[in-house]
Design a protein around this ligand. Structure first.
Ligand code: AMP
Ligand code: ZN
Length: 111
């Protein structure tokens, strides 16, 4: 997707503060953090949202979760929140699948 901001980060066309990268996943700090520790775990392949996951993507989705937990621990975040926004009504603004990990402060409610 040539006009997708996260595809551009994956390709290195836009800078990001990366925590992690391998052949299928990249993780970087959110540019507008909503908590002291707020990063995004993003598959390199373009999928619009959770609803676009297909048969065969189970391993990728599971890896995103495990990686998010591991990176949180590596950055001293014991308790954290995992968020996937799916669609505009849910607050999704970037239409390339991403998992938010937020921590480092007391979190309340779900907004
Ligand atoms: P969502 O509302 O779930 O689509 O979340 C999109 C997230 O991407 C927001 O938290 C933004 O702050 C974040 N974001 C947008 N552009 C960038 C960027 N260039 N680098 C890092 N995070 C970004
Ligand atoms: Zn994309």
């Amino acid at each position: 997707m040539s006009d997708c901001i996260f595809c551009k980060i994956v390709k290195g066309e836009i800078p990001a503060k990366k925590l992690y990268e391998d052949d299928e996943i990249i993780a970087f700090w959110d540019i507008d953090p909503q908590a002291p520790k707020h990063f995004l775990v993003v598959p390199k392949k373009h999928l619009a949202a959770v609803a676009a996951l297909e048969e065969g993507d189970e391993r990728l989705a599971g890896r995103m979760l495990r990686l998010g937990a591991r990176l949180a621990a590596e950055h001293g975040v014991g308790d954290f929140r995992v968020i996937f926004n799916n669609g505009p009504m849910a607050g999704q603004e970037v239409f390339h699948l991403h998992m938010h990990i937020l921590g480092g402060r007391q979190l309340h409610g779900l907004g």
